[in-house]
Design a protein. Sequence first.
Length: 312
Amino acid sequence: MGGMRTGLWATIKRLMPALVLLGLAACTMPVVHPDFEGLPPDADPSEFTCCQDPERQPRWFADLARNMGETLEPLTSDDGHGGLLAARPEAQARVADAARPLDIMVFAAKSQMVSRMIPGWFTHSAVYLGTEKELRAAGLWNHPALAPFRDDIRAGRVVVDGVPPKVRLASLEDVLSGRDAVLVTRPEVTASEKSAALGTMLSLVGRPFDFHFDFETCDSYACTEVICRSFPGLKFPIRESYGAFALLPDDIAAKAIRGDGLRIVDYVRATEDDWRAPGLTGAMEDVAGFWGPQTGPVARVTTAAALGTCPL
C-alpha cells in the first residue's frame, strides 16, 4: 500500500505543472478587445498610446505565474516552433532583408495559449545583432565586446534574445519560427550610443532569465529588460504592474508608432492561410485592438533611469 501511495504521489507531481497550466488557460485574454470598434479614420500615429491599465488578470494569477514560471517553462515555451511564421519562409526572408544591426524587434504569438495570458498584442522582444557583413558595414565588427561571440555570429546566431533559462544568442529563424508577427524598429541613436548599447547587451548574454519580470533587480533579466538596460537614452516607460516595474513589448511598439526615438522599419504578420506586411497602420490597429478602451486603474510609470543601473 505504501508503494502505491508513493507511486501515486510521484505521478501527481509529474502532472502538476500540466494541471496548473490547464487552470491558467482559463485566464487567457481575447486577441481583440470585445469593445474595440477599429481605429478612427483620423487616428494620428504621433499621439498613439496604449498599456495604461496592464493589470488585466487577477492578482492571484499574476502571482502564480511568476512563482511557477520556471516550473512551467518546459510546457509554455514557444521557442523555435509553433508560430505561424514558421510556415512562411518568404516572410522570414523579408524580415532578414530589412533588419540591420541593433534593430529592436517585438513579437506576437497569439496563436499560442500562453501568449494570450500575457497583457499586450506583442509579448516578446529581442535585438537583431546582425551578420558579420552587416556589422562590418556598420563599423561594429571590431567592437571588443563582440570578440567572444564572433564564431556564434558566423554560425548564424545573430539575435540577442532573453528567454528561459538565460539571455542567449539565437538564429533569426529560431526566434521567428515561434511567433506569428514581428515589428522591426530602428533606434534613432548616435554611433557612440550604439557602441555602448552593444557592449551592455552582450555583457548580459548568459545571465539568468527573470521569471518575476522585476526591473528593480539586477540578478536576472527578462527580454525587455535587456533592451531597456542597453538603450537607456530611449527612456522607455516602465510601468508598475502587480507590484513590480517592467517594460511591456507593446510600449516599445507604441514608441515606434509615435516615432519617439524609434521608427518602424517593417511589420510582418502571418495567418493560417498567408502573410502580409501591413506596416505602421497595421501595427497600430493590432496594438489598439488588444487594449480596446483603457478604463482600468492607471499604472504608475517611471523610466529606467529612475530605477538605477546594474553592475555589468
